[in-house]
Design a protein around this ligand. Structure first.
Ligand code: SIN
Length: 306
């Protein structure tokens, strides 16, 4: 029997397969379609200080082996989130990680403080410093090492809960950004958010996304995600949550070998709401056939040629 428990910071998770921000609502919308108690953790969509409509449509398009989104961080805002969503978490045993976004240091801090001020069973926070779909904020915070360290340490001082910084692949050196998050006191980093992409209709000559550019996700970006995780693993000692194109149990194994302690399933959930559970079942079969005793033993164990 494999032991699937993994630890991030001081939090122990039952299994390493989480669902990614922006692909599972606030965690309470689809319980009829799957057994959410089997999911390792639910990361909510990004929550901002004020409610947001997001970008105009079209803001999502399918591409070869993936999709592009430019939602623009549409969400109900932290006040309504506290009022309407937090009470529902009392019925859920799955760990909830609230994803937070802001346009200034103060905004990030205020959202976090508002969540800290109320009693809830949120287990921690993932900080979105990597959204490519807004002119200001989002990725703007995740491209400069100094800014990342400053923001991380500001938020670290405001919470003892799990603090995960979500990194962008759209930077020159993702490992240095991860190092800044570690220096700022993050418990972990998650990598990667989407890769900037574009899609055009060859007949109408029209861009398929209103904002022209959007974030590419799905199997097309898995090799980029794996490389990012391996680079970050070489540079930091905090755990890494791997994200990007995970759609099978073998994909989870690859991410763990590259250095991830846990993973998030994103785009695959749009094809099958139950994708995370199916992927975990495949992971169980893999571990059984490969005689893996402890899932965490896989982390970072890729065999390199040099
Ligand atoms: C979006 O809302 O545009 C996507 C969120 C993200 O990529 O962080």
């Amino acid at each position: 029997m494999t032991d699937f428990h993994i630890k991030i910071g001081s939090v122990e998770f039952m299994n390493p397969v989480f669902v990614a921000s922006g692909t599972f609502g606030y965690g309470v919308e689809i319980p009829d379609l799957l057994d959410i108690s089997k999911i390792g953790a639910i990361v909510t969509k990004s929550i901002s200080l004020m409610p947001r409509e997001g970008n105009p449509p079209p803001r999502i398009v399918e591409t070869s082996s993936g999709m592009i989104n430019s939602i623009g961080l549409a969400n109900i805002g932290v006040e309504k989130y506290i009022e309407e969503m937090l009470p529902q978490y009392a019925q859920i045993s799955t760990p909830i990680i609230a994803n937070i976004v802001g346009w200034t240091f103060d905004e990030y801090l205020e959202v976090l403080r508002k969540l800290e001020a109320v009693s809830s069973n949120i287990i921690g926070y993932e900080i979105n410093i990597s959204c490519p779909n807004v002119k200001k904020g989002g990725m703007e915070f995740g491209t400069d090492p100094e800014t990342v360290e400053k923001l991380t340490s500001l938020l670290r001082k405001a919470t003892n809960r799990l603090l995960i910084m979500k990194l962008s692949p759209n930077v020159a050196d993702i490992a240095s950004i991860a190092l800044s998050a570690e220096r700022g006191g993050a418990d972990a980093v998650s990598a990667i958010n989407t890769v900037v992409g574009m899609s055009i209709d060859p007949y109408s000559h029209q861009s398929n996304i209103f904002t022209t550019f959007g974030g590419l996700s799905g199997p097309a970006i898995k090799p980029i995600g794996l490389a990012a995780v391996q680079k970050v693993y070489r540079k930091v000692s905090i755990p890494i949550v791997g994200i990007g194109g995970i759609s099978s149990g073998n994909d989870v194994v690859e991410y763990m070998l590259a250095g991830a302690s846990a993973v998030q399933v994103g785009t695959a959930t749009f094809r099958h709401p139950d994708a995370a559970n199916q992927i975990f079942d495949q992971l169980k079969t893999y571990c059984q056939t490969q005689n893996i005793q402890q899932i965490s033993d896989l982390t970072g164990k890729v065999k390199l040629h040099s």
